[in-house]
Design a protein around this ligand. Structure first.
Ligand SMILES: Nc1ncnc2c1ncn2[C@@H]1O[C@H](COP(=O)(O)OP(=O)(O)OP(=O)(O)O)[C@@H](O)[C@H]1O
Ligand SMILES: [Mg+2]
Length: 349
């Protein structure tokens, strides 16, 4: 099954990065939602500014599209520091990382996206750099190899990961502050939408904003994307005004359902209910059945389904709740799990 999940995928699509750059909040005060993270981070940054020292290294964990890259850029902006951006997969050899670390300016912010995908040798080099602002450059091979210690400028590492569980403990422990990014409330996404609509000069009344917000899968990236699609629809069919009716009609057309479930979400639930009688079924079996990588199902689909009370991760496998049967228009069997029961008895997330 090849799922066309462009519209509600939390991953950025084709030319979306450029559009996103224009909509990105630039300062902490403009960043909507994630109140706790914002407050903790502002303390970390302010005290660093007062002491005139680079702040502790910051780890941001959370699903795609929740604002990790945005926050990394904000951290540099708030510190008035330059920002260097790279990603785990780009750091294949220790030398790749050494080249970056040795040219950092004092106080620079180094952003490593997908930090859980960094290669082992680079990771070990990073431990020392984070802790002692030092790297050991190995020259030569075999018994004749020597290591030359090299001091590097004090810097702040900002790491982002969608899978904090995959980070080795020694790396995780070297971050002074971890920001857990969670799904946004619909009311917060409404604010994101108003802000974007203003920047895009879209006429977005309150009822239209609400309709889009509640179908946005708790994710700002998706909210912004749905706004663009609904705007297109409104321009052609409704003189540009995004009312609730216009938003609902457009989103139905684009197959975003009333709870914001996308095709992968519905495919996962569909397979779980129709083929496995509601579970429990293992992650890899489920992934094969919907034709996706287990990681995609685990990182992209499941957290949202769990949050909506439609699916639970239990020690024996994935289980659909009674609400999931109802959502797909099916009758739950008498022994189907209620969301509350699953949460208390089985949920290990
Ligand atoms: N709190 C927020 N307020 C306003 N807009 C936001 C917020 N968080 C994210 N956005 C918007 O959502 C888009 C995606 O955010 P961002 O690129 O930071 O996500 P991410 O967590 O880095 O995703 P990925 O895991 O795919 O790298 C950005 O263009 C930004 O405009
Ligand atoms: Mg990002």
């Amino acid at each position: 099954m090849n799922l066309d999940r462009d519209l509600v995928s939390p991953e950025p699509e084709g030319d979306e990065r450029a559009i996103e750059a224009a909509l990105r909040p630039k300062r902490l005060a403009e960043f909507i939602g994630q109140a706790r993270v914002r407050e903790q981070l502002s303390l970390v940054l302010e005290s660093a500014l007062r002491r005139n020292r680079p702040p502790d290294h910051v780890l941001m964990s959370g699903g795609p599209g929740l604002g990790k890259t945005t926050l990394a850029m904000i951290i540099a902006a708030e510190l008035g520091a330059p920002l260097r951006m790279t990603s785990g997969p780009a750091l294949e050899r220790a030398g790749d990382l050494a080249a970056i670390l040795s040219t950092l300016a004092e106080g620079e912010v180094l952003f490593i996206d997908e930090i859980h995908r960094m290669a082992r040798p680079a990771e070990e080099m990073l431990y020392l750099a984070m802790e002692d602002f030092r790297v050991d450059i190995i020259v030569g091979k075999g018994p004749g190899a020597t290591s030359i210690p090299l001091d590097i400028a004090p810097f702040t590492l900002v790491g982002a990961t969608t899978r904090a569980g995959l980070l080795p403990a020694p790396l995780r422990d070297r971050f002074g502050f971890t920001a857990h990014m969670d799904f946004y409330e619909a009311a917060e996404l409404e604010q994101v939408l108003y802000r974007s609509a203003r920047l895009m000069s879209v006429d977005l009344p309150a009822d239209g904003a609400w309709e889009i917000a509640r179908r946005s899968r708790g994710t700002p990236r998706i909210a912004n994307r749905l706004l663009r699609r609904v705007r297109d629809f409104a321009e052609v069919r409704a003189e540009g005004v995004v009312t609730r009716e216009v938003a609902a009609t457009a989103l139905d057309l684009y197959e975003v359902d009333a709870e914001g479930l996308d095709r992968l979400d519905r495919a996962v639930l569909g397979v779980l209910l129709r083929r496995f009688g509601g579970g429990p079924v293992g992650l890899s079996t489920l992934a094969v059945a919907v034709g996706e990588e287990p990681e995609t199902v685990e990182v992209v689909a499941e957290p949202f389904l769990v949050r909506q009370g439609l699916l639970a991760r239990t020690p024996r496998g994935r289980v659909a709740t009674a609400a999931a049967w109802t959502h797909l228009g099916l009758t739950p069997p008498p022994d189907a799990f209620g969301a509350a029961a699953v949460a208390t008895l089985f949920d290990d997330t």
